[in-house]
Design a protein around this ligand. Structure first.
Ligand SMILES: [Zn+2]
Ligand SMILES: [Zn+2]
Length: 274
């Protein structure tokens, strides 16, 4: 059938628990499921420690999505098949999460000075199990509290880069991220190259990563073709995924709405040892 190599759980900013995500993947008959939470391995660890990974009926590919430092552009690197107990990787993640908490408090403080009636506790309620507090949790809370009509609007007016409540945070460099992914035995893939918004930069990044997320819901056919050729030029693994976050998000609504062929997905799958 098919695979989806890019999904999020409620351990970062998705709305499905890892169990729910795996169950949904099985229900629709996905063969390969990449779980790629932002800045955390907790979702995969949760599955692993509860005997749910390796998953029966669906091949789970463990991953993590890390944002890299850049003055203007959003660069997201996904590490697949990383060792979820690797010390260097966990150390980097700890540093990122700590910085996220600091930024979270700062954003709430700014919003309060702008007369938004929002407290840290409101956001923590939205975030639930997630330790990796992000702007999308804040955006969803603002929507829930009636301050904005949609998450998109909250980003455009308050939380996005260049907006009044935008606060930068510590992000590791691209090279550091790729290095840590390699140290933990994984492969580094440049996620959604179109969202980087700079083709010259994308091509430069292609010289460093192991794979390129050619297939992505926001990529138009000519863009898919462009990234496909780029991946071939730099001899990169070709990946793809929906960036599923659960319903009512900026991404696809249902798991299975956007998938890639098994021939591509199986290249990323490593039989778990157990
Ligand atoms: Zn991303
Ligand atoms: Zn993502």
């Amino acid at each position: 059938m098919a695979g989806d190599l890019h999904t999020h759980t409620n351990y970062s900013d998705g709305s499905y628990s890892p169990e729910e995500l795996v169950a949904a993947a099985k229900k629709i008959g996905l063969h390969y499921l990449g779980i790629t939470d932002h800045d955390t391995l907790d979702g995969i660890r949760h599955l692993y420690e509860n005997g749910l990974y390796p998953g029966r009926g669906v091949n789970i590919i463990p991953g993590v999505e890390l944002s890299a430092n850049h003055p203007e552009k959003d660069i997201h690197i996904v590490g697949y098949n990383i060792d979820i107990y690797n010390e260097a990787l966990l150390e980097m993640i700890d540093k990122i999460i700590e910085a996220r908490w600091e930024r979270f408090s700062e954003i709430i403080r700014i919003l309060q000075t702008k007369k938004y009636n929002i407290r840290e506790a409101d956001v923590l309620k939205t975030a639930g199990t997630s330790r990796s507090i992000g702007r999308s949790h804040i955006a969803r809370t603002l929507v829930r509290l009636g301050a904005f009509k949609s998450v998109r609007e909250a980003f455009e007016k308050m939380l996005g880069k260049g907006s009044p409540a935008y606060v930068p945070r510590y992000l590791p460099e691209v090279d550091e991220i790729i290095d840590v992914i390699h140290q933990s035995g994984g492969v580094a893939v440049l996620a959604h190259p179109k969202l980087v918004g700079d083709d010259a930069l994308v091509e430069q990044l292609c010289t460093k990563v192991d794979g390129l997320e050619v297939y992505y819901p926001f990529h138009k056919p000519d863009e898919v073709q462009h990234y496909f050729l780029l991946a071939q030029k730099y001899n990169l693994l070709i990946t793809g995924g929906s960036d599923f976050h659960g319903a009512a998000s900026r991404f696809v609504n249902e798991l299975g709405e956007f998938t890639i062929s098994d021939t591509l997905a199986e290249k990323l799958f490593v039989e778990p040892q157990s």
